[in-house]
Ligand binder design. Structure first.
Ligand SMILES: [Zn+2]
Ligand SMILES: [Zn+2]
Length: 130
């Protein structure tokens, strides 16, 4: 009976959506704005001041589509791994944990530059110049 199958499928989909609330895009966006606003103490913007970056002077990008939470003392990747959370789950984790300290808002550009710079520093640290 195909009709039964259809009903079953509908029911299954309903369960799937309720068990995957992170797929609610609108809610993800709202959570992200909330988290970014908190860490910026106001309107979300990139806090990079241009020091050692790909631009000079403050970055101040405000487009939330390119803004991201950066772990100030790095270990962000490690922490995310421990949390087993990325993207939307990470934002929700921050809210749940009362916005822990040690995070800042950067745009993707500045985040990548910082990441590359930190890696360079690590290498320099490991291989002292003769
Ligand atoms: Zn930036
Ligand atoms: Zn920058």
């Amino acid at each position: 009976m195909p009709f039964c199958d259809f009903e079953e499928k509908k029911a299954y989909q309903k369960v799937w959506w309720t068990s995957h609330p992170s797929y609610d895009r609108e809610r993800i966006a709202k959570t992200k704005v909330k988290v970014l606003t908190h860490y910026c103490g106001g309107k979300p913007h990139c806090v990079c001041n241009g020091e050692d970056c790909c631009h000079s002077g403050p970055c101040e990008i405000t487009d939330i589509r390119v803004l991201t939470i950066d772990h100030i003392n790095d270990g962000g990747t490690k922490q995310r791994k421990e949390l087993n959370a990325s993207g939307s789950l990470f934002y929700r984790w921050l809210v749940k944990n009362n916005y822990p300290e040690g995070f800042q808002v950067l745009c993707y550009n500045c985040n990548i530059v910082k990441f590359a710079r930190d890696r360079q520093n690590v290498r320099r640290h490991r291989e002292p110049t003769k």
